[in-house]
Design a protein around this ligand. Structure first.
Ligand code: P6P
Length: 330
C-alpha cells in the first residue's frame, strides 16, 4: 500500500485536531529524523567499521557495542539544541543528561534505549531504538523522570529491519510508518495497529525455564502440551532476542512476549528496564488493545524508584496476558 501521508502531515493533522501540541509534534519529528541517521549507520555495518565491541561497559554491567555508543550520542546531539526537552535519559548513561546551558530548556523529557537488541547487530538481525516522552516536572532533573508509564504523552520505536519502520502512539491508537529512502520521509503504512485478543504464538527465552516462578512454569507447560493438554490447541514459539522485533510482530499479528523474573538473581525483578523498554512498549501495546503486566500489576501503573530499575514483562494479546496474570494470583 503506497501512502501519501507523511509523518509530517500526520503530525500536522494531529495538531489541528488538538491531539498534541506543536512542541510534541516537533519532538517526535526530531527523534524520527535522528533515527533515520541511526538507520543509515546500522545498515552500513562493517563498511563503516561500526560493528563489534566498544570496549566499554554501561551502567547495566553490559558490554557496549560500538553502535550502542554511536546511536546514544546521535540522539543526544540530535535533540539537545531543539529547545524541546529539558533532559534526556538512556540505557547507556548512568545519570540523566541535562541540556547544555547554551541551549533553551524544553517542556518535555526524553528517554530512550538507543539500540535495543544490540547483541544481534554483529549477526545482522533486526535491532531498534525505543523512546518514551514525559512532560518535564519540577525539582532535581533525575527525579523528574520517575513518573509512571501512564504519564507518557507519547512513545514508540524505530525498527531497523528489512524495512525501517517507526511505530508511534500519542494516545490516539498506534500508527506504523515505513521509511521511504527515496524521499527520506516516514510514510504512514499502518493507520491503526491492533493486537488480536487471542493468539497461538508465544515468545520467551526457554533456556531460562528452570529459573522461572511456578505460575510461568505452569503457563508455558500448558502451551507446550498443545492440543493434548488443557489449552486444546497447539502453539508456536518465537525468540529473536530483540524486544523491538518481538513487539512489532505482536502489534502486527498478535502473540505474547514474556521476560519474567527468575531465580538467577532474586535481587533483580526481571531483565528488562522499566523506564525506556517496558513502559514505552506497554503504552503501545495497551493503545493497540493488548495488555502488559509484571505478573501482578499493569506495568504503566508502577511507580518508578530508579532510572534503571528492572521489571518482569508479560505483554501482548489480552486473553493470554490475563491468563498468565491470573495464574500469579492462584
Ligand atoms: P536474552 C536485548 O538485550 C534485550 O534487552 C531485549 O531486547 C530482548 O528481548 C532481551 O534482552 C533478550 O534477552 O536473555 O534472551 O539475551
Amino acid at each position: 500500500m503506497s501512502s501519501s501521508i507523511s509523518l509530517a502531515r500526520f503530525l500536522a493533522t494531529a495538531q489541528q485536531q488538538q491531539h498534541l501540541d506543536h512542541d510534541l509534534a516537533a519532538l517526535i519529528s526530531a527523534v524520527a529524523r535522528t533515527c533515520v541517521s541511526i538507520s543509515d549507520a546500522v545498515s552500513q555495518g562493517a563498511l563503516a567499521g561500526v560493528l563489534g565491541e566498544a570496549g566499554t561497559g554501561n551502567v547495566q554491567g553490559e558490554d557496549q557495542k560500538k553502535l550502542d555508543v554511536i546511536a546514544n550520542q546521535m540522539l543526544l546531539d540530535g535533540l539537545a539544541w531543539t529547545g524541546l526537552v529539558s533532559g534526556m535519559a538512556s540505557e547507556e548513561m548512568e545519570h540523566a543528561s541535562p541540556i547544555p546551558a547554551e541551549y533553551p530548556q524544553g517542556p518535555y523529557l526524553l528517554l530512550f534505549d538507543p539500540l535495543d537488541g544490540s547483541s544481534n547487530i554483529d549477526v545482522n538481525i533486526s535491532v531498534g531504538t525505543i523512546f518514551s516522552i514525559l512532560k518535564r516536572g519540577e525539582g532535581e532533573l533525575e527525579s523528574q523522570f520517575l513518573q509512571a508509564g501512564s504519564q507518557q504523552v507519547a512513545a514508540g520505536y524505530v525498527l531497523y529491519g528489512p524495512q525501517t519502520m517507526l511505530v508511534l502512539s500519542t494516545g490516539q491508537g498506534v500508527q506504523g510508518f515505513t521509511l521511504d529512502r527515496h524521499c527520506g520521509e516516514f510514510m504512514l503504512t499502518q493507520a491503526n495497529m491492533t493486537i488480536p485478543t487471542a493468539t497461538k504464538e508465544f515468545a520467551i527465552n526457554m533456556s531460562n525455564q528452570r529459573h522461572w516462578e511456578a505460575p510461568v512454569q505452569r503457563y508455558i507447560a500448558e502451551l507446550l502440551a498443545g492440543k493434548t493438554g488443557v489449552r486444546g490447541k497447539d502453539f508456536n514459539m518465537r525468540w529473536v532476542a530483540s524486544m523491538v522485533a518481538e513487539v512489532h510482530r505482536i502489534l502486527t499479528r498478535g502473540g505474547i512476549f514474556m521476560y519474567p523474573r527468575d531465580a538467577r538473581d532474586p535481587s533483580k525483578p526481571g531483565k528488562l528496564r522499566l523506564m525506556y523498554e517496558a513502559n514505552p512498549m506497554s503504552f503501545l501495546v495497551e493503545q493497540a488493545g493488548g495488555a502488559a503486566t509484571n505478573g501482578r500489576e499493569r506495568i504503566v501503573s508502577l511507580q518508578p524508584e530508579g532510572l534503571h530499575q528492572r521489571v518482569s514483562v508479560i505483554l501482548g494479546s489480552k486473553e493470554e496476558v490475563e491468563r498468565v496474570t491470573q495464574y500469579h494470583f492462584e
